[in-house]
Design a protein around this ligand. Structure first.
Ligand code: ZN
Length: 84
């Protein structure tokens, strides 16, 4: 999902806003709620490595959770099996 950086012309606050594809709402300053914003140059190129690392980490954690769940199911089936 695209993240845009903005600078508020009202209070000079700089912030990142996540723009949802179907969103029709313009972002507003989280500090003063002004919509008089200046869009800054995206820092995506600089941060892409860091972002892909965190995406990879999230994917790995998701995978490990799935592994753990499958293991628990397998152990449960093993217990059920021994009862018979
Ligand atoms: Zn502001």
């Amino acid at each position: 999902m695209p993240i845009y950086e903005y600078k508020c012309r009202g209070c000079q606050n700089e912030f990142e806003a996540l723009i949802l594809p179907r969103s029709t709402d313009a972002p507003e300053c989280p500090s003063c709620h002004s919509r008089d914003l200046e869009q800054l140059v995206s820092q995506f190129a600089v941060n892409s490595e860091e972002r892909s690392k965190s995406a990879l980490k999230a994917a790995r954690e998701k995978f490990e959770r799935t592994e753990l769940r499958d293991k628990q199911i397998a152990e449960h089936e093993d217990i059920v099996h021994h009862h018979h």
